[in-house]
Design a protein around this ligand. Structure first.
Ligand code: CMC
Length: 446
């Protein structure tokens, strides 16, 4: 192997500030960069002056080694399977808190006291209705449109209705836009579902809690009263908590990048929804169910495990693996328990897809390929089964993820706008295309 052109070493004599020195082996020149420490997690090399000083960029496709921002919202230790929101463990929040309290925490930085909690619930509840003209949009969509397409379109359209909360430089308008998004995205999502099945839209109910109201807008019909099942509402609330934020993932980074140009919050959240839709991200819970259906029976699991391991086959075990967690995803543990609670409440004993899922989980956790690569079941592996048991159509799974994540996105967006270090996001590249060449007129191209 040839000698690397650059070497990167920590400074040996401990300076007042941590630094690393980069040596360009081609010229012998050395450059020193500060090393920053957060309150937890790996240190970061501050490369903001790298280009100015060395004339070089970093190359990091997929940003696996790049910190794109400073944040105080969510901390993940993927090796240990830790997830904290504002310092609180996800397991504690899922067991002891509720979604709107977690939303308040993410948005404001602290858990609310009793009065703050009541006020927040009141504000969100009273923003749940959408402008009546928004309901007219739905008729323009095909009934068989994917609800993520509808959610993305209608959420983006909110900026055409709420002009009084588009000024991103006004803290009060930023907060109103945040409240509107947390409150209205479930309404928009439920309307997308009702439209797809040809049932009338159900208005939000202010006497219900957030998750209860979501179930009511989804599953009630005007012809009869709707009684909320407490176990299912609690499970829904937990699913929302577990998906509320997850640091700088693809959709959150999309929201931040869109917002860095000064775009309005409704447009930025629509961009986040678009990114979430992909099967490697939020689309995975839908893909898990499709995969389980494709497997069909337990006897065929071996065949699919074999395919997942075959590098020439694009098939991957959906719901397994994670970019950050190289240990059990702590959300998956809570989701697994919730999954059993829901199935027992609904009296579901022989659910073939669940049987396949459990067997798949068992085999994969013992298989050398998955063990060596630290591929554990992720949050989406179980959430799909719960949602199916609760009667959500598969196409709504990612939509529910988007509802839950809206608060994470908007909290991260707000933090970015309020950070004085924020500049428009503008990555650079390693160009490998043609260099300058003369234009050849069409008549001379043969
Ligand atoms: N099935 C089979 N092999 C896998 C899988 C899988 N699900 N995931 C990773 N691998 C293999 C991969 O082929 C590679 O093997 P090798 O080292 O021999 O080339 C190794 O594991 C590392 O994979 P990677 O692609 O470098 O890992 P990544 O961090 O780029 O990808 C991932 C993470 C989530 C995109 C990937 O694990 C995956 O596609 N999983 C299935 C989709 C899924 O469940 N996504 C939901 C993620 S959790 C929800 C969220 O937070 O959005």
């Amino acid at each position: 192997m040839s000698e690397p052109a650059m070497t990167l070493e920590p400074e040996s004599s401990a300076p007042a500030q941590d630094t690393v020195t980069l040596t360009d082996n081609a010229t012998g020149k050395s450059f020193t960069f500060p090393v920053l420490s957060g309150t937890a997690g790996p240190k970061v090399i501050d490369t903001r002056k790298l280009y100015a000083e060395t004339g070089m960029f970093t190359y990091d496709p997929g940003y696996t080694s790049t910190g794109s921002c400073e944040s105080k919202i969510t901390y993940i230790d993927g090796e240990k399977g830790v997830l904290l929101h504002r310092g609180y463990a996800i397991e504690d929040l899922a067991e002891q808190s509720d979604y709107l309290e977690v939303a308040y925490l993410l948005l404001n930085g602290e858990l609310p006291n009793r009065t703050e909690k009541l006020e927040f619930e009141q504000v969100i509840t009273h923003h749940t209705m959408v402008h009546e003209q928004i309901s007219w949009f739905y008729r323009g969509f095909r009934r068989d449109a994917h609800p993520m397409a509808v959610l993305c379109g209608v959420t983006g359209a909110l900026s055409a209705f709420y002009g009084d909360s588009l000024d991103i430089n006004d803290p009060q308008q930023r907060m109103i836009a945040s409240h509107r998004l947390i409150a209205k995205v479930p309404t928009i999502a439920a309307m997308a579902y009702k439209y797809s099945v040809g049932q009338p839209f159900i208005y939000p109910r202010n006497d219900l809690r957030y998750a209860e109201n979501l179930l009511s807008m989804m599953f009630s019909v005007p012809a009869e009263p709707y009684r909320v099942n407490r176990v299912l509402a609690r499970a829904m609330d937990r699913i929302l908590i577990l998906h509320a934020d997850h640091e700088q993932n693809a959709s959150t980074s999309t929201v931040r990048l869109s917002g860095s140009s000064g775009a309005n919050p409704f447009a930025c959240i629509a961009a986040g929804i678009a990114s979430l839709w992909g099967p490697a991200h939020g689309g995975a819970n839908e893909a898990v169910l499709n995969m389980l259906a494709q497997i069909g029976r337990k006897e065929r699991i071996g065949e699919f495990i074999k395919r997942a391991k075959d590098k020439n086959d694009p098939f991957r075990l959906m719901g397994f693996g994670h970019r950050v967690y190289k240990n059990f995803d702590p959300r998956a543990q809570v989701m697994r328990r919730t999954c059993h609670e829901v199935l027992s409440e609904l009296g579901i004993k022989d659910e073939p897809l669940l049987d396949i899922a459990m067997e798949l989980e068992r085999i994969a956790l013992e298989d050398e390929y998955f063990v060596d690569r630290k591929l554990y079941p992720n949050v989406d592996f179980y959430s799909g089964i719960i949602l199916r048991a609760m009667n959500f159509p598969t196409s709504m799974f990612t939509v529910l993820f988007a509802i839950a994540r809206t608060v994470g996105w908007i909290s991260q967006w707000k933090e970015m706008i309020e950070d004085s270090d924020t500049r428009i996001g503008r990555p650079r590249q390693l160009y490998t295309g043609a260099t300058h060449r003369p234009y050849v007129p069409l008549s001379m191209r043969g």
